[in-house]
Design a protein. Structure first.
Length: 80
């Protein structure tokens, strides 16, 4: 009888199974490139709103106003 391999990858090399497909590698490389370019452009542009500091709401030191409570005519509830 002739020696018949059990599967196409069983010829003694396992290198083909360890590497991801080339399309996946190209996609991941493109993704890293896009994130790098967007980070560089964002760093060069600077902050969007330099006057805003912090991320908290009223009482947390969040700059830029106190939120909806400070707006005239705005109230919570059904407006009854």
């Amino acid at each position: 009888m002739a020696d018949i391999p059990l599967s196409p990858g069983s010829t003694g090399t396992t290198r083909g199974r360890l590497l991801p497909p080339p399309a996946l590698c190209a996609f991941l490389l493109l993704l890293v490139l896009l994130f790098s370019v967007s980070y560089a452009v964002g760093s060069a542009a600077g902050p969007v709103a330099p006057g805003m500091h912090g991320g908290g709401g009223p009482g947390h030191g969040g700059g830029g106003g106190g939120g909806m409570d400070d707006m005239p005519g705005m109230s919570h509830g059904s407006g009854g």
